[in-house]
Design a binder for this molecule. Structure first.
Ligand SMILES: Nc1nc2c(ncn2[C@@H]2O[C@H](COP(=O)(O)OP(=O)(O)O)[C@@H](O)[C@H]2O)c(=O)[nH]1
Ligand SMILES: [Mg+2]
Length: 629
């Protein structure tokens, strides 16, 4: 390979032929998988001392090679032994293609079928069959075995895959096999980069002088050297000291490739296979998932409601209890919706694929894809649940996720829940206000509730301009964090108006009552001797008007309160102000005594009026007198 992929490698255009690809082996034990990988790559994938001693693959092995067209590929070699199927399952995550290995002298054996079933359930639909050990069989036998393999592939995701006879001993057919592999990989679409890298860890080890190293097949985004990452679900923060792809140092690792990351901030014992490296805060964890599953045709029984199973996804393995959402059992060969309760939290994304196994006796039962990785608990036998899940599977994950949040959701939280990109938000059928977003039906429902609350409030308090914001928020059940944005939305919609810290329906008008009501009587009291009004307390007592009415009249401008004790009608106030101005204009200034005489009032309202006018910066006090400002 020429230069390692750098930052420039994400330029638009067709994927580089050198973009990472990962292929994995599959097949029965002793059929020659590891030997084939060694013959193809020059790297022995059996790295453990015990593997060397027993001549048997126990855990995943890794190698890499360059295809004739120049593309560098990573190779994951899996164990064939039935006892190590869980290791095999951790190795099939993120594969672009599979090399199904069948020994020509033995033909199809139990783990040939089981691995094929797993590949089929995981919908890995690119692959080639290496019919190994051809040096041990004669041509007639080879033909029979080829036919047997072709039959086994029928009805699976590898149906019609090329079957290439090879010998790792004589190297016969190896070039053909590589050519066939290159052909299927050319057709593989390049891996998505949604800017949310996930590295499900399949191996953790230490290298003296370097410290902790993890490896995995990277999906959904790039990793950069120096980056801070989170180990999910453990919540450990680590920093990437260095990255390698195929034993070469790189600054940026591309999705769809094998990656080794040297980490600072975690010891080997802190990390496990099944943990996921992600950008901090971007990958939620879950203990409940919704999924469509397909039960294997050959399963000895169906997937029963309440079944205790083992879930394998990414590189993680976790106990799961199945809630069958429709019916009581999904029969062999059938598909259906399940909700899975997980024994502990895992980090997965919608559309991730998984396998369900029966723990004992150990067998593969079903597989599928997650539709929702943060679902509510569902009623069983509910058509709406099914409809929503189907929408998700049809690709409307974000829209269906949005529907779950009846009270709206912060856009960042929505994206986190679905691992969707910011650009997808604009494609939603939704009401967006500030940083929050609502499904249209929830926005309408929430708006209606605000309308009802305000309308009830306005009828109960016709004299108030509006409801205090916080009261409205809690009565209408709006999340505190959403309220500012939502309120802005309702103002935009023309539903409400804000008056300072109060909110009213846009249609609300402060209504003072009938002609003989306390509001009218209060004004009449104050207007009896307009320039010499009774004290406000007295006028309120006589008229029966409460604080609220005074405030409403004041807000509407019908009454002007110049102090706590003294109020004038609107006209009287205007008259008094005009009088003060006129007296100052003619006499140069005015004293309390002079004004009191002209107004025919007692000292108290006159003093209150002048102090009010001082405060309003109409007049200014000079000794005993007032002049204009
Ligand atoms: N004659 C012959 N023996 C092979 C060939 N490939 C593998 N073997 C032998 O088959 C045995 C099992 O091979 P191995 O690669 O460990 O199988 P795996 O369990 O599928 O990984 C070993 O003894 C190999 O030497 C081949 O093409 N021809
Ligand atoms: Mg092996």
């Amino acid at each position: 390979m020429s230069s390692p992929p750098g930052r420039g490698a994400t330029a638009p255009g067709p994927p580089s032929p050198k973009a990472g690809r990962v292929v994995g082996t599959a097949g029965h034990i002793d059929h020659g998988k590891s030997t084939l990988i060694t013959a193809l790559t020059g790297i022995d994938p059996d790295r453990l001392a015990e593997e060397k001693r027993r001549g048997m693959t126990i855990d995943l092995g890794f190698a890499h090679m360059k295809l004739p067209g120049g593309r560098e590929i990573g190779v994951v070699d899996v164990p064939g032994h039935a006892r190590f199927i869980r290791n095999m399952l951790a190795g099939v995550h993120g594969l672009d293609a599979v090399i199904l290995v069948v020994a020509a002298d033995e033909g199809v054996r139990p783990q040939t079928r089981e691995h094929l079933e797993i590949i089929d359930l995981l919908e890995v639909d690119r692959g080639v069959v290496a019919l190994t050990k051809v040096d041990l069989v004669d041509p007639d036998w080879l033909e029979l075995v080829s036919a047997e393999v072709a039959t086994a592939l029928e009805g699976t995701s590898l149906a019609g895959a090329r079957i290439v006879p090879v010998s790792s001993v004589t190297r016969a057919g190896l070039d053909d096999l590589v050519a066939a592999l290159e052909t299927v990989l050319v057709e593989a679409e390049s891996r998505h980069d949604v800017g949310r890298p996930r590295l499900p860890i399949d191996r953790v080890f230490t290298i003296s002088g370097f410290g902790t190293v993890v490896t995995g097949t990277l999906v959904d985004g790039t990793l950069e050297s120096g980056q801070e990452l989170e180990v999910v679900p453990k919540g450990i923060t680590v920093r990437v000291r260095g990255l390698q792809q195929h034993n070469r140092k790189v600054e940026t690792a591309q999705p769809g490739s094998r990656v080794a990351a040297n980490l600072a901030g975690a010891e080997k014992d802190d990390l496990d296979r099944g943990d996921v490296l992600a950008l901090p805060g971007t990958l939620p964890t879950t203990r409940r998932v919704d999924a469509m599953v397909r039960v294997l045709d050959d399963a000895p029984r169906g997937l029963r409601h309440g079944a205790e199973l083992t879930l394998h996804t990414g590189t993680v393995e976790v106990g799961a209890r199945a809630i069958v959402l429709e019916g009581d059992v999904i029969e062999p060969g059938q598909s259906g919706w399940v909700q899975l309760y997980l024994e502990r939290a895992i980090a997965v994304a919608p559309r991730d694929r998984f396998i369900l196994r029966v723990p004992s006796p150990s067998l593969t039962l079903a597989g599928g894809r997650f539709a929702d990785v943060a679902p509510h608990k569902h009623p069983r036998h509910d058509a709406a649940v099914r409809e929503s899940l189907e929408q998700r599977v049809a690709g409307n994950v974000l829209q269906e996720e949005l529907r779950k949040y009846q009270r709206g959701v912060a856009i960042s939280a929505l994206l986190k829940a679905t691992l969707a990109g910011e650009d997808q938000v604009s494609t939603l059928d939704a009401r967006r206000a500030g940083d929050w977003i609502w499904a249209p039906e929830h926005w309408v429902a929430q708006s209606r509730r605000v309308e009802q609350e305000l309308s009830a409030y306005h009828s109960a308090h016709p004299l108030r301009t509006g409801m205090p914001r916080e009261e409205l928020r809690s009565r209408a059940g709006v999340p505190p964090a959403a309220f500012g944005a939502a309120l802005h939305g309702w103002v935009e919609d023309g539903l409400v108006v804000e008056h300072g810290s109060e909110v009213a329906l846009a249609s609300h008008r402060v209504a003072l009552e009938a002609a003989d009501g306390p509001a009218v009587r209060l004004i009449a009291e104050l207007a009896r001797e307009p320039l010499a009004p009774p004290s406000l307390v007295e006028a309120m007592r006589t008229s029966g008007a409460g604080d609220e009415i005074v405030r409403a009249l004041e807000k509407r401008g019908d009454v002007v309160r110049v102090s706590d004790e003294v109020a004038f009608t609107k006209d009287a106030y205007a008259g008094a102000v005009a009088l003060v101005k006129e007296m100052i204009a003619t006499g140069g200034s005015v004293t309390v005594a002079q004004l009191r005489d002209r107004m025919g009032a007692s000292r108290r309202p006159v003093l209150a009026l002048l102090e009010h006018l001082d405060a309003q910066r109409v007049t200014r006090r000079v000794g005993d007198a007032r002049v204009l400002r």
